[in-house]
Design a protein around this ligand. Structure first.
Ligand code: ADP
Ligand code: MG
Length: 254
């Protein structure tokens, strides 16, 4: 049986001046799967994610999420619809504690329910604090919950950002190079976290340079080179693909 398609990217084109950053990209992401997008620097990976979260309008093409076209929607509307993302550089509130950082997106998700009722908002605060603590626990950050986010290591900041996404219970999580600049120790902890999220069945798109990370977590891999998808398949298929070896790895073996 064909799995449910959560995100369907069709014929997406994006140019910056004379540069063809995305060239007729077609990609469908199945529910519950971890889909990795790999490719050399400048291939268009971040551009593709930015199109999917409403940060960049494509020149043409469609992106549908749960069957509904999201092109033209604002990043806020797309986030409310159930897509959360972790950026290449962490976007956290350095002066707030870890707990406060995770409580903010949890509040934001329920904002509509609170706007007219401050009593409801106040009574929900404890519930939201509980949810935030649970996510921090899962990420192994609970002992730092009262520390300022700015004082944490780079790896912890990234995992804090992941916690800020998870507390929103997104249907689709997009991660742009979640282990970039991390120590091996932090990378391994992040792999463990991603495997845990995977067991929970959340659909994810992960852009990643580190092949160890990709082959540890991905169910499916697509290779982007010069704005075009040049190969798509299981990790085994991608490992063995001569096209990928040539275009992406310059002939080196994975
Ligand atoms: P990747 O994430 O795969 O490294 P990007 O999507 O960041 O690649 O970039 C793809 C290409 O588009 C690169 O050549 C980059 O310089 C260019 N590019 C990305 N964003 C912009 C922008 N806002 N304006 C102009 N060129 C851009
Ligand atoms: Mg990038």
């Amino acid at each position: 049986m064909e799995n449910n398609i959560v995100l369907n990217i069709q014929n997406v084109e994006k140019t910056f001046g004379g540069l063809h950053a995305l060239n007729n990209v077609n990609l469908s992401i199945e529910e519950g799967k971890v889909h990795a997008i790999i490719g050399p620097n400048g291939a268009g990976k971040s551009t593709l994610l930015n199109v999917c979260i409403g940060r960049l309008p494509p020149d043409s093409g469609t992106v549908s999420f749960n069957g509904e076209n999201i092109i033209g929607k604002t990043p806020y509307e797309i986030n409310q619809a159930g897509i959360a993302r972790v950026f290449q550089t962490p976007e956290i509130f350095s002066d707030l504690t870890l707990l406060q950082n995770v409580m903010i997106p949890a509040f934001a998700r329920r904002d509509g329910a609170f706007k007219l009722n401050p009593f409801k908002a106040m009574s929900a605060e404890r519930e939201i604090e509980g949810e935030a603590e649970q996510v921090l626990e899962e990420m192994g950050l609970i002992e730092h919950k009262d520390n300022h986010a700015g004082s944490m290591s780079r790896g912890d900041k990234r995992r804090l950002e992941m916690a800020m996404c998870l507390v929103q219970h997104p249907r689709l999580l997009l991660l742009d190079e979640p282990t970039a600049g991390m120590s091996r120790h932090d990378t391994n902890r992040t792999i463990e976290t991603m495997q845990k999220i995977k067991e929970g069945g959340m659909t994810k798109i992960i852009i990643e340079h580190d092949m160890h990370v990709v082959f540890s977590v991905a169910d499916h891999i697509s290779v982007l080179a010069q704005g075009a998808i040049i190969a798509s398949g299981t990790p085994e298929e991608i490992k063995g693909s001569p096209v990928v070896q040539e275009a992406y790895l310059g002939g080196a073996h994975l």
